[in-house]
Design a binder for this molecule. Structure first.
Ligand code: C2G
Length: 453
């Protein structure tokens, strides 16, 4: 009796998969198939898997060649499975040629020729056409974004808009580098050319551009902060709903695997009731850039507050919050360091933001049963520890945060733009609106402080 094992995602189950499984089965008597969980696929960089695990398991189980189906959820599992299931042959498509030679120590390894001209990626492209994305602005983040979009596939940057393309040196350099991205001379032209818009223009322009794109019926992914007035943020979400399009604030932490797990863990009651949240984001920022020069909307809170306030609104909720500010302002009245204190009844939180002061970028959540410390830089949430009264109970969790992490928000945006329901728990409109309200209050408070001199 010869046991064969193979692995895969098996998304949008197709002819190529069936033929692979048929030939794998023919290599022996019993075929086991390991199906990758959504989370593990995500970790391996497959960010746009469509079918849920249950569907993928059913499809493979029902194809007629498979004797047993198992779930693969971690690196290194294959070695363990080979021993556990007494496997004789490991089989895999030859797109993986050579990659699994290390398993030859444990069993035979067979690479099966891949069926040409069919793949899950192509099927996704047929079922859902590639999302054409127009970019507004071309600052530092845009280049990172374009690079990250390469990992999401199925998204293509096709056009860009800038209010003064002929005089801006940045636009000139950008166009030289990205020749396939067409320059749209007006916002109207841009929205005509694309399915969705990514806004990476200066803070003060987000509302205007987002509104124009939403009114034109386009999905919008907007850099943080989405808006600097509560009313504006509310209006944008209302238009998005009326138009049936997606509006997402691009706070990358909200979409990254570690942070999502952290929030679920706290919500499951692991550390009891949360009474204090302390978050901090500082980046020493040289003078002569937008963050300092934009006297109206620049500064440390508008720059980093979307990160530091995120765990606070997620864990304390958005109702009945009160807040106050302390800031260090420069000669132009721009805050180089700001601390926001938030309370909700007897629960409390603080958010530290700095461009002129350096501090440790940690997140600490304190509850009635325990606490969580997220190692700096916490906004990537690659490692956190859960501590209790009894130090022996300490638990540790680690996660991937690939590249610049923008791929996670972009993959989510793509999912939602394609109409998947139930995907918008990661950053709720009311959370985004609450952060806009806090920033609006802050800017009013800062103006008053500036006027008082
Ligand atoms: N396949 C094939 N022909 C195609 C498409 C896929 O033979 N036209 C094979 C792949 O080579 C793989 C299997 O079908 O052996 C499953 O493919 P995917 O679902 O794309 O999974 P993959 O990412 O290749 O996962 O660690 C290895 C992975 O688990 C394999």
């Amino acid at each position: 009796m010869k046991t064969v094992i193979t692995y895969g995602v098996f998304d949008l189950f197709h002819e190529g998969h069936i033929r692979l499984l048929e030939r794998a089965k023919a290599l022996g008597d019993r075929l086991i198939v390991g199906i990758t969980t959504d989370q593990f696929s995500y970790q391996r960089g497959k960010l746009t898997v469509v079918d849920p695990l249950e569907v993928r398991l059913e499809n493979v189980r029902g194809c007629g060649f498979v004797d047993e189906v198992i779930v693969e959820d971690r690196y290194g599992q294959k070695v363990e499975d080979i021993a556990k299931y007494d496997v004789d042959i490991f089989a895999i498509g030859d797109d993986w040629y050579g990659k699994f030679d290390y398993l030859k120590k444990y069993c035979d390894v067979v690479y099966i020729p891949r069926t040409p001209n069919i793949s899950s990626t192509e099927l996704r492209g047929v079922k859902y056409s590639t999302l054409r994305l127009g970019i507004i602005g071309c600052g530092r983040i845009v280049e990172r974004f374009i690079k990250e979009a390469g990992y999401v596939r199925e998204v293509m940057m096709t056009a860009m808009y800038h209010p003064s393309p002929d005089t801006s040196e940045t636009v000139r350099r950008f166009r030289e580098k990205y020749t396939v991205i067409t320059l749209a001379r007006t916002m109207d032209k841009l929205v005509d050319m694309v399915d969705a818009v990514y806004i990476a223009a200066p803070h003060g322009t987000h509302y205007k551009y987002a509104k124009a794109a939403l009114l034109a019926g386009k999905h919008v992914l907007c850099e943080k902060p989405l808006a600097l007035k509560k009313e504006h943020a509310e209006e944008l979400y209302r238009i998005a709903e009326e138009k049936g399009v997606v509006l997402m604030e691009a706070i990358k932490t909200a979409y990254c695997p570690g942070f999502l797990d952290l929030i679920s863990l706290v919500r499951s009651g692991e550390i009891g009731e949360v009474y204090d949240i302390e978050s901090c984001f500082t980046r020493l920022t040289a003078r002569g850039c937008r963050e300092w020069d934009d006297h109206e909307f620049g500064g440390s809170l508008t720059e980093f507050g979307s990160y530091t306030l995120l765990p606070i609104v997620k864990l304390l909720g958005t109702e009945d919050l009160k807040w106050s500010f302390e800031s260090m302002l420069d000669e132009n009245g721009v805050d180089g360091y700001t601390k926001v204190r938030v309370t909700k009844g007897d629960r409390m939180a603080s958010a530290k933001n700095g461009m002129a002061v350096k501090s440790k970028g940690e997140l600490l959540i304190s509850g009635t049963k325990g606490f969580i410390t997220v190692e700096a830089p916490w906004w990537k949430t690659t490692f956190f520890e859960v501590g209790y009264e009894d130090p022996n109970l300490k638990k540790r969790f680690s996660y991937e945060f690939a590249g610049d992490g923008l791929r996670y928000e972009l993959a989510d945006f793509l999912y939602r733009a394609r109409g998947y329901a139930g995907r918008d728990y990661k950053l709720l409109p009311e959370e985004s609106v609450k952060m806009a309200e806090i920033m609006e209050d802050f800017l009013a408070w800062r103006r008053e402080k500036q006027n008082r001199g």
